[in-house]
Write a protein that binds this ligand. Structure first.
Ligand code: UDP
Length: 329
């Protein structure tokens, strides 16, 4: 297959490009490098620097790369906290960017797309584990823009026949097993990279945001899913669409929840480092428990996560963080 990966220099995008190439597919990467890194792009992928909000940028790629089988779309802003203080940035990049992309796909006759959605589309869950059919009432602007993207694809399919798969990730984490690419946000806000930055000596402590949640140890519970397992799900979703599958939405998680304190404890065991902790008050917008049911992805896409053990996941992340203290810098 020849796949155009939008946002292929970012965290999940770069791992998907590696996976595609490792499995003998061709990857074309499009990224504005606002949050991605050119160094994260696989050397065998063709790279175009461009911004989805400039229609000429994406039109140029689709004019030149004539035999694209499908698009995988990661190009978005994805920080909950930032989305609450800069909502219009999220509407601009995630929604306007996707609208421009869809116009270009329509005019170039491209009919299959897989894109990143998020557990944040659900808001405060009504069930544990969360099912795809559960209500979507986002409690932050990031989740709202991702839900709006899903609806944009829904209506565009009806008018223009572009089929889509939306993948709602839970907590993406870990790094490529070789340790050459990994998670590098600037500034970093995610739990596991911050813990491992304490372990590698580039940060003093990890702050626990809230110890008074209604959970077993008072800290938030999340479903941590390895980035390579997410990458594989995108490839399976493309194959599903190319084999005639209907547009659909799938959760991607391990179906097991770990508290913030459990993640820190596991990281202490994996790294052998003390990892200083400071307990702080809750972070706005954090639901207490988010756990996915991924039965549908397993059943329909034949998805089989390989890294379902937290200690193994953190080991892969540590391989990256212990050898790349400054990320890609
Ligand atoms: N968290 C924390 N300290 C940090 C970063 C995150 O206690 O420095 C908590 C956060 O409140 C949440 C969990 O760790 O309960 C996972 O947060 P992350 O930002 O990694 O992912 P999110 O769940 O927001 O997608």
């Amino acid at each position: 297959m020849k796949i155009l990966v939008l946002g292929g220099a970012g965290y999940i995008g770069s791992h998907t490009v590696y996976r595609l190439i490792e499995q003998g597919h061709q990857a074309v990467v499009f990224d504005n490098l606002e949050t991605g890194y050119e160094k994260a792009v696989h050397k065998d992928a063709k790279f175009y620097k461009g911004d989805l909000r400039n229609k000429a940028d994406i039109d140029k790629v689709l004019d030149q790369e004539k035999d694209i089988d499908a698009v995988i779309h990661f190009a978005a802003n994805s920080l909950v906290g930032e989305s609450m203080v800069k909502p219009l940035k999220y509407y601009d990049n995630n929604i306007y960017g996707t609208k421009v992309l869809l116009e270009s796909l329509v005019s170039h006759g491209i009919k299959n797309i897989v894109f990143s959605s998020t557990a944040a589309t659900y808001g405060e869950p009504v069930n544990t584990p969360i099912l795809e059919s559960d209500p979507t009432v986002p409690t932050n602007c990031y989740g709202e823009t991702k839900r709006a993207m899903e609806r944009m694809f829904y209506w565009t399919e009806k008018a223009h026949g572009i089929k889509y798969v939306s993948l709602r990730y839970f907590n993406a984490c870990g790094a490529h097993i070789d340790g050459n690419i990994g998670e590098a946000h600037n500034p970093e806000s995610h739990l596991i990279p911050i813990i491992l930055q304490v372990a590698n000596g580039t940060r003093d402590h990890i702050s626990i945001f809230g110890t008074d949640y209604d959970t077993k140890d008072g800290t938030c519970i999340r479903d941590y899913i390895h980035v390579t397992d997410l990458a594989q799900a995108h490839i399976l979703a493309v194959e599903y669409l190319l084999n005639g599958g209907e547009s659909d939405i799938f959760n991607l998680g391990n179906g097991v929840g770990f508290s913030v304190k459990e993640v820190i404890e596991t990281a202490r065991k994996v790294t052998g480092k003390e990892i200083k902790v400071v307990e702080e008050s809750r972070r706005a917008g954090d639901p207490a428990v988010l756990i996915a049911s991924s039965e549908k992805a397993k059943r329909v896409l034949n998805w089989k996560p390989q890294y379902d053990d937290l200690s193994t996941i953190i080991k892969t992340a540590w391989k990256w963080h212990s050898t790349h203290k400054n990320g890609y810098m």
